[in-house]
Design a protein around this ligand. Structure first.
Ligand code: PEP
Ligand code: MG
Length: 412
């Protein structure tokens, strides 16, 4: 088994132009694993803290001071690498070293192991003998914390080509809907600038329902039946709207406020009207009971926790006990280390919670999450549609069609 012979880090920038940390791990003096940590804009209250004291430089300093502790460890031994990180950080949210460091070290280690063993990363992370492609779930229209004033309060309108039989077709369909939506938006507003949000979805000046209507129109213009071959999803990212003092959801851009009950009605109407296959964080991150109501009401929609479950296995267990979701986002950097994230995935899979492995709004051009999606039996891979840092993940899926260990699409 290959052993770590060097570990180094540096400060780079993510797709939003914010500083982040990249880690290089070399095994047996020649096999390089390189990982650059992403970061979120709509961050869950209980997710891992990205950097020590908010500063990538402080996390990097910790790596430099402790690099000798990793030398000689087996690069595929995720548990020991995870424990070594945990010895440096006794907190329960990685505020001592930064979750971005835990993310980059653990993924760089296994990537280096995969090179040393000449095996694809997904097969290093799982003992399964066959794998299925997750459906790409892509942002076609963005608002909320990912786009500027005048755009919808809703953070993301997403599409999923759920009728596709191949990953090639699923990716091509998402791209064609994204392109068609641009035409629809230009027709609606000749002054539309073609501006896009952080994840590559169009960012027009539209209120929530109009944005959803035009997204549905783009799907139908291409000859698809909404909710049949191609479906819409929404990341409400409702914690962005939730005001704890007023106990209300404040929709600043659209100009209304929702009580908790009204928010359930608001989300339900959207799920029904647009036949959503996917609804993420339809209520705020601590509204477990309200999420249970939606989960019971919409068994055919992936009622998904993101800020609700923050890739934390203890919080997921709480959500399972209260039946608060039937699907959950897996973002490795919410958890911290890849070991933490794989434990979360195991708990989700044991309890029939469908996984959606996801990018962050501030990304790197890395593509390891495509492998993580496969290895965790994720049903969907939420990685956007256009933009170099998004396409990198989709292109990696296309490269992986050359592997005979992967056959067909996941069952949703
Ligand atoms: C999300 O909320 O699902 C998301 C990808 O955005 P961010 O990375 O800003 O949390
Ligand atoms: Mg989200």
């Amino acid at each position: 088994m290959a052993k770590i012979s060097s570990i180094e880090g540096r400060i780079l920038y993510n797709s939003r132009g914010s500083k982040t940390i990249e880690v290089d791990i070399i095994s047996d003096e020649k096999f390089l694993g390189r990982v650059c940590a992403p970061s979120g804009a709509s961050v869950g209250k209980y997710e891992a803290v990205s950097f020590k004291n908010g500063k990538p430089e402080e996390s990097l300093k910790i790596l430099k001071e402790n690099s000798s502790k990793f030398i000689g460890l087996e690069s595929s031994d995720l548990e020991t690498i995870h424990k070594t990180l945990n010895e440096l950080d006794q907190t329960n949210n990685y505020s001592g070293i930064g979750g971005a460091l835990a993310f980059a070290v653990t993924i760089a280690a296994v990537e280096s192991a995969s090179k040393a063993e000449s095996r694809p990363l997904f097969s290093i992370l799982s003992n399964e003998k066959s794998f299925k492609f997750p459906f790409p779930l892509g942002n076609i229209l963005g608002g909320g914390a990912h786009a500027g004033p005048g755009t919808p309060d809703i953070q993301e309108i997403l599409i999923c080509a759920n009728g596709s039989k191949t990953i090639e077709d699923a990716i091509a369909t998402n791209l064609s809907v994204h392109k068609e939506l641009r035409k629809v938006l230009e027709k609606e507003d000749p002054n539309f600038t073609n501006g896009r949000g952080d994840e590559g979805g169009w960012a027009p000046k539209l209120e929530n329902h109009k944005a959803l209507e035009l997204s549905a129109k783009a799907i139908e213009n291409l000859g698809y039946t909404l909710g049949k071959e191609v479906s819409l999803g929404v990341d409400f990212a409702s914690s962005t709207q939730w005001n704890e003092e007023k106990k209300k959801y404040i929709y600043d851009r659209a100009g209304f406020e929702n009580s908790s009950e009204e928010q359930i009605d608001f989300a339900s109407e959207i799920i029904d009207k647009y036949k959503l296959i996917y609804a993420e964080d339809a209520v705020h991150e601590e509204a477990f009971e309200d999420m249970s109501e939606l989960t019971a009401k919409f068994p055919n929609t992936l009622i998904t926790g993101d800020d609700l479950t923050v890739t934390n296995k203890n919080i997921l267990q709480k959500a399972i006990n209260s039946k608060s979701c039937n699907a959950a986002i897996l973002k490795v950097n919410q958890a911290g280390s890849l070991f933490d994230a794989l434990e979360f995935a195991e708990l989700a899979n044991q309890n029939h919670i469908r996984l959606i492995t996801s990018h962050r709004s501030g990304e790197s051009t890395d593509s390891q999450i495509s492998h993580i999606g496969l290895a965790t039996k994720s049903k969907m891979l939420k990685v956007g549609i256009v933009g170099g840092e998004r396409v990198a993940k989709l292109n990696e899926l296309l490269r992986l069609t050359e592997h005979d260990l992967i056959c067909g699409m996941a069952e949703l």
